[in-house]
Design a protein around this ligand. Structure first.
Ligand SMILES: [Zn+2]
Ligand SMILES: [Zn+2]
Length: 344
């Protein structure tokens, strides 16, 4: 028996991974969500009498996929996607990817992501991750619906419930709590100390005043790296190299000083795998490696399919000669947490 909803979600995942437009992906995720709410037996009945399309959010294509799936066949739409979705990774990149146990930077629909926490988590578990660090935005990033202290506290309860559910199902997978906290103009972090203290992993990123003078930007980043709450410095140059948001040059800072601060405080520099970021550029990645920095290879996923972008970061890490023992997300969850705890 095929599960038609799983097929729809798999299609959405593959479309996201391929960087397709959100509305196309949403058609499949939306249909799956609608159909999941139908009472027992109604899905099969409607597939039989051709009335699936009468449901809100179910179109011709999604209805056809469901019918094919219920008949026990792989939907044609899915088969085409699967056959063109293969990623040709070289051996070294594939080995690094296999060594990563999780992802330390991902968003849900609580901030600017497109999917609920549980869908992000299930997708991460399905690709073999042991953990996913949930890092929604902080309050000042209002354009990305950053979480207030109250909402973050609420999210921690939701995550605890989801993890209890995974444990009950006998799954090894866990969501780790986290945040992508804004590094403010003075280098301080945009969330209360009390909450930052409670989180498993804190990614800190610059999202404002990206054109600060190099001295100012350097001081800002060095101050943030010295903050005991911060564990990982996110997309350090802020550059955008392609894509719908246009391009943006790198922020200017003194990389030797920033990487020296990261190494001194045993913090990680993120290798951001988003195709429009690929941050840091390789020359800075090599410099950070020479300066004994640790790294975290992250997707910064805003949708489940984007969780598969880790290979982008791995390819760059391999090209720059980053060894596995410098990459914090090769650690099992317990050791990753001991590392972040050691900063406090
Ligand atoms: Zn960011
Ligand atoms: Zn992010």
């Amino acid at each position: 028996m095929r599960d038609p909803l799983a097929d729809l979600r798999r299609i959405a995942f593959l479309l996201e991974r391929a960087g397709e437009k959100t509305y196309r992906v949403r058609a499949f995720r939306g249909a799956a969500a609608t159909l999941a709410k139908l009472p027992e037996g109604e899905l099969a009945a409607r597939a039989g009498n051709g009335t699936l399309k009468d449901l809100q959010g179910v179109g011709e294509v999604t209805a056809r996929c469901v019918v094919e799936s219920l008949a026990g066949e792989e939907p044609v739409y899915l088969r085409r996607l699967e056959s063109t979705a293969g990623q040709d990774l070289d051996e070294a990149t594939a080995a690094m990817l296999a060594a990563l146990r999780g992802d330390c930077h991902a968003h849900s629909d609580w901030s600017d992501g497109g999917s609920p926490i549980d869908e992000m988590a299930l997708a991460a578990a399905a690709i073999g991750h042991e953990y996913l660090v949930l890092t929604d935005h902080s309050p000042r990033l209002t354009v990305a619906r950053g979480l207030s202290a109250e909402r973050l506290a609420e999210q921690l309860d939701v995550v605890a419930d989801l993890n209890a559910g995974f444990a009950e199902l006998g799954m090894q997978f866990r969501i780790l709590t986290g945040i992508e906290v804004d590094i403010l103009a003075d280098g301080s972090l945009d969330q209360t100390d009390e909450l930052l203290e409670r989180l498993d992993v804190v990614v800190g990123s610059v999202h404002s005043n990206l054109k600060d003078e190099p001295d100012v930007m350097t001081r800002r980043m060095v101050t943030a790296l010295a903050n005991p709450h911060l564990d990982i410095l996110g997309h350090c140059t802020g550059r955008l190299i392609t894509g719908g948001r246009g391009t943006r040059p790198e922020s200017r800072f003194h990389p030797e000083q920033v990487f020296a601060a990261a190494a001194e405080h045993d913090k990680a520099i993120e290798i951001n795998s988003r195709p429009e970021r690929l941050d840091p550029p390789k020359r800075l990645l090599r410099l950070a490696l020479e300066q004994n920095c640790k790294f975290s290879i992250d997707t910064d996923a805003h949708a489940p399919g984007q969780l598969d972008w880790l290979s982008n970061g791995c390819a760059r890490a391999v090209a720059c000669g980053v060894p596995l023992d410098r990459i914090v997300n090769t650690l099992p969850a317990a050791e990753l947490k001991s590392w972040t705890q050691s900063h406090k």
